[in-house]
Each structure stands twice: as structure tokens, then as C-alpha cells.
Design a protein around this ligand. Structure first.
Ligand code: BGP
Length: 490
């Protein structure tokens, strides 16, 4: 197995699942802070009849684990040392937008937030960990949704530009790789978090703020994201000639296989790829707004217009590289509707796959699907690729030796990394593999601690108790060995 000398080995986390300290040093809530798990349809907000607005109203009977998460805000140095010990040369995390602009619409940034990340990135530089920084990992400030309707409002583009400009200027020389919006292509399946959209103008059902978000608002957000993405590339290049901007899309659904050779299944699989990935990937990477969208807009009864100036911006400022998450593949069969969760689409069970992760989550395991995905994406976009999420969540407890024998995870990474090597042989320009969740964090989808991805265990549980102490799992040593040998010991 051959990997280039400068291959990026590492891991990835997100501020909202790792840091905790949700209201510390001036931070105000992000959208994720009012949800127990982003798949939930019950945000902790309620409609105030008198003001005619939504306001924060957390459910006292629920545990919002992300509010303290694994206390990364206070412990990141200790944790980054573990990453270094495994041999990482790069590390992905996000900036919680609400630490820098707490409500999102302020004129001036919050110095305490800027300082926090300044110190964190300096420390990463000292350790020799290349920071790969997501500008928003589902972290739109809640105020921007309740006050402006979120990304459906074009004002967000201006607020976003102010935020990213501040970030690029402040971290110039410390951060080279930025990712714009984490998994923004999940907008239509998770309009509140991935889309940052809330319908505030006569919402259909004030008791169902997620379900009653209109399609017009969601498509307006699509429009605004395309413009904001291009503006981000433009600003980054103007401010820092060394900075590189990538998009980050959930790409498990690139590997949507037709159930059989029935043309309706083949066409259906193609449509699933478009609807889940390419409708964002093509404008971000090729600078074109796909022609099939006109048909979709007609079907959805929405009106979406791009000005010539916007189309030119999108054309001129495409991303420098492509990053994505891959967890598993899916199968399209015309009679069965596709569903989705944080791992991507779910369709008919694939009878040819040998493995699935243990229940309760039971995600199927398809390492060849990663090679397929890398090849499809590289053929289409011809951009450097970095896998910034791939991993397996397991329900684990420390044994009496104070560790966890996570052989399933070891097998999972070995098989996926082998397929990265095979895709390199195929000629794909893949620059890195950043495992999702190298330390246990709060699950995005379910909001649990129980769903653990880490090589490093964190002592915290679903009910919120736990010492927060860290411990190395068996996979810690195996990933270290793979990295040390630059992928030769596979
Ligand atoms: C992706 C998200 C991550 C993450 C991962 C695993 O969709 O970008 O934030 O957590 O999925 O999902 P989960 O935590 O639901 O298992």
C-alpha cells in the first residue's frame, strides 16, 4: 500500500459536539444548541404570540449533552497531545461562529472567541498539526434564524462575509485549509441545522418549526449558500494568498447503487446522486448551476433566480479542493422510498455486503464504496480530495483493564484505508484521510454520548454524568501504527 510522503493523516471533530462551554466567554446559542441531536424534529424554541417571534425555550426534561459536550473548550491541549501521539499531521475542527459573532449580526467580533481559537490554532501549529478548519459545522447562530429566518434571507450573506473576513484576517499564517459549510447538501433533509432555515413569515404551524419550513425558504437558502460559498473563496484568496478553501459535502450517497439493471433503478440512482450531492457539488466545483434544477423548481412550485452577476461570481470562484464524509453506501430500488440519517441515504439492504456495525445503529459497512466515491468525485471535479469524515460509532464501555478492545473499529479503518490506497492507484488525487471522531464526542444525529467513534474514550454518559477522563482504546495503537508506517502496515 503506497501513500504519498506528505499524505494528511488525522482526525476530525466539530466545535458543537466537542467544546461544550455553550454560553462561555460571550458565546450565544447556535442552532445545534437547542436540539438533542440534529435528527430530532423538536427544537427547544417556541412561538411567542405577543411578539410574533420564535424564542429559545429548552425542554427541562431533556439532557442537552452538547452544552458541556466533552469539555474540549478547557481540555483541547490534552486532547491534541493524544492526536500528536498517534502521529497525526493534521486535524479538523470547526469554529463555532457564535463565539466570534455571538448573535451573528454584530458589527464587531467578540475578542474572547477570537482569542480562544487563536490559541488553539497556535498550539496545533506548535504540535505540527495542520489545522483544517470548518467555518460552520451546523453552527449558524440561533438569533439569525429567529430574527431573520436564517439562510433563506440574503442578509445572511453579509453577516457571513463579515465573519469569514474576520477569521481570515485573524488567522492568516496559522490556518491554510478552510472548509465552508459542513454537509450543506443535507439542507433539504435537515433544513433547520444543515440549512440554518426557519420560516418566520407566517409559519404554517408554529408548533412544528422544522416541519413547517417552506420549500421556497429552503430554495432561497440554496441560492444564498451558492453565493456565500463563492464570496468565501474570493475573500480568502484576497486576504491570504496561502489560504485554500474547500467545500464539505456528505457523499455517502454518491455510492447509491441501482438495485439491479432495470433502467428505472439506474436512472433513480442517478437522480439520488444529483439530489443528494451534485446539485451542490457542481456549482461549488464546476461553477455551474445544473440545468435540471429548473424542472425541480417547477415541481416544488418555487421561484429561484440568480442574477448574471451572481452566476459570474459562482463561475469565477469555485473551490480549491473537495472534502467529504463517507460512512456507507445505499441501494436504490424504484418501489422503495429512500430515507436518510447522518450517515447518508438508506434504501434496500445490499445482500452483497458482509459487514454491518453492531446495533442499535447498525450502519452497513462498505469500504469499496469509499473507493467508488473517490473515483466518481475525482472524475467529475478533478480537484484534490480529502476524506474529512469516515468512522464507526459503537456502544462501548471500559473493561476491567481500563481500556476498550475495539476490534470492529480497527477492522473498519483498515478496510477503508486500503480502499484509499487503491483509489490512489486508480489515479485519484487524494491528499488525506481524517477519521471522524478520533476522540469520543456527542453524536450529531442522536445527541448521545453512547455512540462513540473515538480512538480515545471519554468518560461521560447519556444522562450527563461522568468524570470526563480520557483513556486510549486498542484502535489508538493500531491507527498510530498505520500512520507511522505511512500506510504500509495494512
Ligand atoms: C456527519 C456529521 C458529523 C458526525 C457524523 C456522524 O453527518 O458531519 O457531525 O457526527 O455525521 O454522525 P453521528 O454523530 O450522528 O453518528
Amino acid at each position: 500500500m503506497k501513500f504519498p510522503k506528505d499524505f494528511m493523516w488525522g482526525g476530525a471533530i466539530a466545535a458543537n459536539q466537542y467544546e461544550g462551554a455553550w454560553l462561555e466567554d460571550g458565546k450565544q446559542p447556535n442552532v445545534t444548541d437547542v436540539l438533542v441531536g440534529i435528527m430530532s424534529r423538536e427544537p427547544g424554541i417556541k412561538w411567542n404570540k405577543d411578539t410574533g417571534k420564535y424564542e429559545i425555550a429548552l425542554d427541562e426534561n431533556k439532557v442537552y449533552l452538547s452544552h458541556e459536550a466533552v469539555d474540549g473548550y478547557h481540555r483541547y491541549k490534552e486532547d491534541l497531545k493524544y492526536m500528536k501521539e498517534m502521529g497525526f499531521n493534521s486535524f479538523r475542527t470547526s469554529i463555532a461562529w457564535g463565539r466570534i459573532f455571538p448573535n451573528g449580526d454584530e458589527e464587531t467580533p467578540n475578542e474572547a472567541g477570537l482569542k480562544f481559537y487563536d490559541e488553539m490554532f497556535t498550539y496545533m501549529n506548535e504540535l505540527g498539526l495542520e489545522p483544517v478548519i470548518t467555518l460552520s459545522h451546523y453552527e449558524t447562530p440561533l438569533h439569525l434564524l429567529t430574527e431573520y429566518g436564517g439562510w433563506s434571507n440574503s442578509k445572511l450573506i453579509e453577516f457571513w462575509k463579515r465573519y469569514v473576513k474576520t477569521v481570515f484576517e485573524r488567522y492568516k499564517g496559522k490556518v491554510k485549509y478552510y472548509l465552508t459549510f459542513n454537509e450543506v447538501n443535507a439542507l433539504f433533509r435537515m433544513p433547520f441545522v444543515a440549512g440554518g432555515v426557519l420560516t418566520i413569515d407566517n409559519p404554517k404551524d408554529v408548533n412544528d418549526p422544522i416541519g413547517s419550513t417552506t420549500l421556497q425558504d429552503q430554495w432561497n437558502a440554496y441560492h444564498n449558500f451558492l453565493v456565500a460559498n463563492a464570496e468565501t473563496v474570493k475573500l480568502a484568496h484576497e486576504i491570504d494568498s496561502e489560504a485554500r478553501v474547500g467545500c464539505m459535502l456528505t457523499c455517502s450517497s454518491v455510492a447509491t447503487y441501482p438495485y439491479n439493471c432495470h433502467p428505472a433503478n439506474v436512472l433513480g440512482a442517478l437522480e439520488a446522486q444529483r439530489q443528494s450531492v451534485f446539485y451542490f457539488g457542481d456549482p461549488f466545483c464546476l461553477g455551474v448551476v445544473p440545468s435540471y434544477l429548473k424542472k425541480w423548481w417547477k415541481k416544488d412550485g418555487v421561484n429561484v433566480e440568480f442574477t448574471d452577476e451572481e452566476l459570474k461570481l459562482i463561475k469565477d470562484y469555485t473551490v480549491d479542493f473537495f472534502t467529504f464524509s463517507y460512512y456507507r453506501s445505499s441501494v436504490y430500488e424504484q418501489e422503495q422510498a429512500l430515507k436518510a440519517d447522518t450517515g447518508g441515504l438508506t434504501g434496500v439492504t445490499n445482500p452483497f455486503l458482509k459487514d454491518a456495525a453492531p446495533k442499535p445503529w447498525g450502519w452497513s459497512v462498505d469500504p469499496d464504496g469509499l473507493r467508488y466515491t473517490l473515483n466518481v468525485l475525482y472524475d467529475r471535479y478533478r480537484l484534490p480530495m480529502i476524506i474529512v469524515e469516515n468512522g464507526v460509532g459503537l456502544d462501548e464501555n471500559l473493561n476491567d483493564k481500563g481500556t476498550i478492545e475495539d476490534d470492529f473499529r480497527i477492522h473498519y479503518i483498515e478496510e477503508h484505508i486500503k480502499n484509499v490506497a487503491l483509489s490512489l492507484e486508480d489515479g485519484v488525487d487524494c491528499r488525506g484521510y481524517l477519521y471522524w471522531g478520533p476522540i469520543d464526542v456527542v453524536s450529531a444525529g442522536t445527541g448521545e454520548m453512547k455512540k462513540r467513534y473515538g480512538f480515545v474514550y471519554v468518560d461521560r454518559f447519556n444522562d450527563g454524568h461522568g468524570s470526563l477522563e480520557r483513556a486510549k482504546k486498542k484502535s489508538f495503537y493500531r491507527y498510530k501504527e498505520i500512520i507511522e508506517s505511512n500506510g504500509e502496515k495494512l
